[in-house]
Design a protein around this ligand. Sequence first.
Ligand code: AMP
Length: 422
Amino acid sequence: MTFKELGLIQPIIKALDLKGYKNPTPIQEQSIPILLRGKDLLGVAQTGTGKTAAFALPIVQHIYNQPKSKGHRRIKALIVTPTRELAIQINDNFTAYAKFTNLRNTVIFGGVKQGAQTNELRKGIDILVATPGRLLDLMNQGYISLNDIQHFVLDEADHMLDMGFIHDIKKLLAKLPHKRQSLFFSATMPPTIVSLSQKILGDFEKVSIKPKQATAERVEQGVYFVTKRNKIKLLIHILETGDADSVLVFSRTKHGADKIVRLLARADIKAAAIHGNKSQNARQRALKHFKQGETRVLVATDIAARGIDVSDLSLVINYDLPNVSETYVHRIGRTGRASASGVALSFCMMDERPYLKDIQKLINQKIPVVKEHPFVDDGTEEPPKELQQKKQGQSRSRKPDRRKRPYPKKKNNRNNRNHPKS
Ligand code: AMP
């Protein structure tokens, strides 16, 4: 199937050629014809499947094909997405796809001054990408009217709810014109999301893309059994001996991410961290440098990394294994995007082995163990004392509770609260 066969027009096909897209991804193949017919869509899919183009291309085509109205441009398409990073990415995609049309698009998000954004809006915009808070704020200030919206996209609906945006979304829905095309995307469909989708969608068709197996299959995976103490040495070893250009390292905690960056710096490896404690600007800067190849290693927590789209990411390292198996699939999906294939390596210490077991069960695959490396854990290291006691005391529970520190807390020592000298 080609983009032309899906019914897309020449100016868009030319832009896709320029982007280097040869064929549509499955979600594009299924969604584009539905959307070109003007139907509503429920897309069960996550970032990495090519869903942005799946909704953006028909929107660009619809608006381009309309007779040009005289006077000030009115916003005709609104895309709402939970994070600033996603909003910027989506807007960049619109810019690329609409390159050979005369449409104007822009993006608004919070955490920065509004002046530059309102200046853009004043010029007249066809397509607006927004995060919910800033959108409502600028609507209340009178910079944005939704009266002319013909296409509304709610992206990453499940994350939207996780992040507490439900009230904002409800306020927004009340302001949208009744007659519109609505698109609803979510990676998961728990009951609250199903009921939200019913409030938004009219006569809709459903497209479901399951990235789980596809993602895991496309990515070359390996696991290293390593002690906690040796994790950083192993990371440095892999970075020094490997040739991966851009490496995304996942840390379970914000503090851990900062510590990894500091220890890498000591080994002369330039790295940056992104997590919730960093300002929006610092996160954006770190991401930009990483995308441009100036920083080779980005250390991220799961929340901060959500939606990061770096197309030529060659290596993902799980410095800590996630205790929720689905998170593993999301993480390794950062490499092996739409067409590229990638490598994902995981560090697994003794008390993370139950997580590894759960992950392998979910992906229905045994992750090969990398045995030949200098810091291999031969399994002789005893797990931390507290963990052993816990295991004896709670023989039915096989999973250690990661929220509890495995080490006794030191009293009256503020600088040494969480981390004993290792
Ligand atoms: P998304 O799920 O929209 O974030 O897309 C994931 C990545 O796949 C982005 O880097 C897109 O630029 C890329 N992509 C989307 N569609 C295609 C395609 N048809 N061929 C190649 N790459 C694509």
